[in-house]
Design a protein around this ligand. Structure first.
Ligand SMILES: Nc1nc2c(ncn2[C@@H]2O[C@H](COP(=O)(O)OP(=O)(O)OP(=O)(O)O)[C@@H](O)[C@H]2O)c(=O)[nH]1
Length: 501
């Protein structure tokens, strides 16, 4: 960041003095300078007085290619949040027109009045008044949820979107029967992934595009201007007073020029839409699990943080339950691994935890062959609690993975017992009753709280220990790699969604 003050004031100053004695107040954009530096003689003053110079700070812009390179290197930091600017189109202009053949036109009216029906040369309203052409409406800007999109990355490459302006009335001069309205500009439709939350840049919530096809009008195109007939002022005023659909501005001026479109800066935040969230330490086998039970093809490798962005997969219903339940499906999201201190930014940090917000069930995947699986499990729960304690109130299933390995199989039953005991029998509190709106409202609140303090809890909510939150619905040992006891695990997951016994 570089700061610049107005050159005439600073040019005469010794740069070293400036450096030593000035301080920049970032929040007020003010440069504080001792008054002697600006050569204000205050001989009577003993203390150094500071004079405030308003100045603007100029952000040294990174080149687009540098931004792009950073994005390619670390897409997980960019895929779910972006600021874009959209501008709707200006309205097209109307025109000042004159009547070429007023005499003949009035003659023809007379003739009409006499009963000889002759088609009028001009378009007329039902009351006989002339319909004059209008400038075209400027293009609106609409953002809509599109299933084929899965990230917001592309908006980092192109962050400005302008709708087209409306067409002008295609003439100046004489009114003819061929004159048409200016063309209305098409609506600019911007597709975003399902689950995108649209906010004003300053934070005002606009929409949550949680279902495919959801859309919001974010900038309305300007009205087209009207056309006027050239005629004496007093006559025009009279006509205008009788005409109701004339576009006027605040000061009651008749608008011939099209109105400008509006420009808005928007924040887009993606919150993955998934019913089940897979959480666990890196390498626990979350991606392998997703690949084993859905058609998703996530990257799988034996090094931590293979998963950088949430992967989604769909879990079909059970055919034995009949068409209704078979056709319904649950979406699973495999999240990047969490580590101790993620809430302080360690590992990949915790930002991706926002993608658990819409989930109804969590699946904790624990590497049962690890050194201390119970500690690992507690670590993940603690990180969830630090991010949003409400996550610990949600129903969850614990999957002890890698039981094909002897060290896991040997201690499986004791692990199941120990993990089943962690937590209390308390029923989940209200927001978990699957009311998306309530969950949303809570999430927004907690997001704000989290922004300000890492790990702090909402307002007056009492801080609870991990053990004071509900126990798991089930704890199952599996090997997702070898396909051991997968059915048992699926039954537990499906039981939650489709009440399978
Ligand atoms: N032996 C054995 N290995 C497994 C099993 N499941 C997964 N793995 C291995 O564990 C390693 C990590 O698996 P991933 O599915 O990438 O783990 P992850 O939890 O998604 O890891 P991150 O992407 O880092 O969060 C891979 O080498 C898998 O082959 C299992 O049931 N048994």
């Amino acid at each position: 960041m570089a700061y610049t003050a107005s050159p005439p004031l600073l040019s005469f100053m010794n740069p070293q003095l400036l450096k030593d004695h000035s301080s920049f107040n970032f929040y007020s954009n003010r440069l504080l300078l001792p008054t002697r530096l600006v050569q204000q003689k205050r001989s009577h003053s003993v203390n150094t007085r500071y004079r405030i110079i308003n100045c603007r700070h100029a952000k040294v812009k990174e080149s687009p290619s540098a931004n792009l390179a950073a994005m390619m290197r670390e897409p997980h930091k960019y895929f779910d949040q972006v600021i874009i600017t959209v501008r709707s189109g200006d309205g097209g202009h109307g025109a000042i027109l004159s009547m070429p053949n007023q005499k003949s036109d009035s003659k023809s009216q007379e003739k009409n009045n006499q009963g000889r029906r002759k088609k009028s040369l001009y378009k007329r309203d039902f009351d006989g008044s002339l319909i004059l052409p209008m400038g075209g409406h400027g293009g609106d800007v609409v953002i809509y949820a599109d299933e084929s999109k899965d990230s917001l990355l592309e908006f980092h490459k192109k962050s400005r979107y302008n709708a087209k302006r409306g067409g002008n009335v295609d003439a100046m001069g004489v009114l003819t029967s061929q004159l048409h309205d200016g063309f209305a500009a098409p609506t600019l439709r911007i597709p975003v992934p399902v689950g995108t939350v649209v906010k004003r840049k300053r934070g005002m919530f606009l929409a949550d595009l949680a279902r495919p096809g959801d859309e919001i009008l974010v900038a309305r195109g300007g009205h087209g201007g009207i056309s006027l007939l050239e005629m004496p002022e007093h006559k025009r005023k009279k006509i205008m007073a009788l005409t109701t659909n004339v576009v006027r501005d605040d000061s009651d001026k008749v608008l011939v020029l099209g109105q400008p479109g509006e420009e808005v800066s928007l924040e887009l935040i993606l919150r993955v839409v998934a019913d089940v969230g897979l959480v666990g330490l890196p390498n626990a086998g979350k991606s392998t699990l997703l690949a084993a039970i859905t058609l998703a093809k996530p990257d799988i490798a034996d090094y931590p943080f293979t998963t950088l962005m949430p992967n989604l997969g769909r879990l079909d219903g059970d055919p034995s339950l009949g068409a209704l339940k078979y056709s319904s499906e649950a979406t699973l999201a495999d999240l990047p691994g969490l580590i101790e201190g993620a809430h302080l930014g360690k590992g990949l940090g915790r930002n991706f935890l926002r993608h658990l917000r819409r989930t109804r069930l969590l699946v904790h995947v624990v590497d049962a062959a690890a050194e201390d699986p119970v500690k690992d499990y507690r670590t993940v729960k603690e990180e969830l609690r630090m991010y949003n304690p409400e996550y610990l109130e949600r129903p969850y299933v614990v999957v002890l993975n890698k039981i094909d390995l002897p060290q896991a199989m040997d201690r499986l039953s004791s692990l199941i017992q120990e993990i089943s005991k962690i937590g209390c029998d308390e029923a989940p509190s209200e927001p978990e009753k699957n009311s998306e709106e309530v969950v949303q409202a809570l999430s927004f609140k907690s997001e704000q709280a989290n922004k300000h303090s890492f790990g702090s809890l909402n307002g007056n909510r009492k801080e609870k220990e991990v053990d004071e939150y509900p126990r798991p619905l089930a704890v199952v040992g599996v090997s997702v790699l070898k396909g051991m006891r997968i059915d048992e695990m699926l039954r537990e997951i499906k039981r939650f969604f489709w009440c399978v016994d």
